[in-house]
Design a protein around this ligand. Structure first.
Ligand code: AMP
Ligand code: ZN
Ligand code: FE
Ligand code: FE
Length: 289
């Protein structure tokens, strides 16, 4: 049997519902050979994930998902296999955290302006670790200002709503450079979200490739078979590694961790190709067996 992997997952260290230990346990129960933990703007969950990986035999690849700007586009860039102690990379992540904190304070201010008082302690108790918009959404639902998460985003948190605050994002160029400098590989996440029609994707990829992009997320819940095969052909054309994952956040509505026969499957050989390319980047792969 060909083992499967999941290279796009979130834990309680960003906006996932499972902590890294429970996430890795679930991966083990689902028979996955490997996962990458790719929390938004943070790598703080990785030590717990690696420790649980050692216990359960699930291989862990270090990961992160960074929101970055390319002109008018907002892209999500995944980083894989980087050195988790690289000082410049850690400084880059601190900068992302400061931007997030400022954005969160801005949202609290704007909500106060429309008469909604957010207790920071309460917000932090919901978030557990890093505060993101989904935690604001949960709080707004609990306070009775929205009926569900979607409604909270629609009324208060998404672009265009009066209390929306833009987060200061790094450029795609800087993001890819920082990941490469830390010995990692940069991958464009869910390319179908960048441009649902995919018309501008070849241009975007070509630009990102010049910046040092190494891979393209081909397997993703929102990509149907036709899109998958188109993205695979783009990956080949631009000499990019195909990667994939479910973007698992732990809520019952999304694709299950590692996917299934009805959704998607990511074969283990993609990870082997990533590891071969990582070895060309750096002599030792930190934390990875
Ligand atoms: P943040 O990184 O704090 O800006 O939060 C972004 C996260 O919010 C995304 O990763 C999604 O999980 C979630 N999100 C974004 N837009 C929506 C939406 N319209 N409805 C529900 N969740 C959303
Ligand atoms: Zn998320
Ligand atoms: Fe994303
Ligand atoms: Fe994600």
């Amino acid at each position: 049997m060909n083992p499967y992997i999941d290279l796009h997952t979130h834990s309680t260290f960003s906006d996932g519902l499972l902590n890294p230990v429970s996430l890795v346990d679930l991966a083990s129960r689902r028979g996955l050979a490997a996962i990458a933990l790719t929390d938004h703007d943070t790598i703080s969950g990785l030590p717990e994930a690696f420790a649980q990986g050692h216990k359960t035999g699930v291989e862990i690849l270090s990961g992160i998902e960074v929101s970055a700007d390319l002109g008018q586009l907002n892209l999500h860039i995944l980083g894989y296999g980087f050195n988790q102690e690289h000082s410049n990379f850690l400084e880059f992540i601190s900068k992302l955290q400061r931007a997030r904190d400022e954005r969160n304070e801005g949202i609290i201010q704007r909500l106060a302006n429309v008469g909604i008082v957010i207790e920071r302690e309460y917000l932090l108790s919901i978030a557990g670790s890093q505060i993101g918009r989904p935690h604001f959404a949960s709080l707004l639902v609990r306070l009775g200002h929205a009926v569900d998460q979607q409604d909270a985003f629609h009324r208060f948190l998404k672009k265009g709503s009066p209390t929306f605050v833009e987060q200061n994002k790094p450029s795609a160029e800087e993001t890819i450079r920082k990941i490469n400098e830390a010995g990692g590989l940069a991958v464009l996440a869910h390319p179908g979200t960048t441009d649902p029609n995919l018309e501008s994707l070849p241009d975007t990829i070509s630009t990102l490739k010049d910046y040092g992009l190494s891979g393209l997320e081909v397997y993703y819940p929102a990509h149907n078979k036709k899109r998958q095969s188109y993205l695979n052909s783009l990956a080949k054309k631009y000499d990019l590694l195909p990667t994939g994952g479910t973007d698992f956040h732990g809520n019952g509505h999304s694709t299950p961790l590692g996917g299934n026969s009805r959704t998607l499957r990511v074969p283990l050989n993609l990870l082997n190709d990533i590891k071969i390319k990582l070895r060309l980047h750096q002599p030792v792969l930190p934390g990875c067996s």
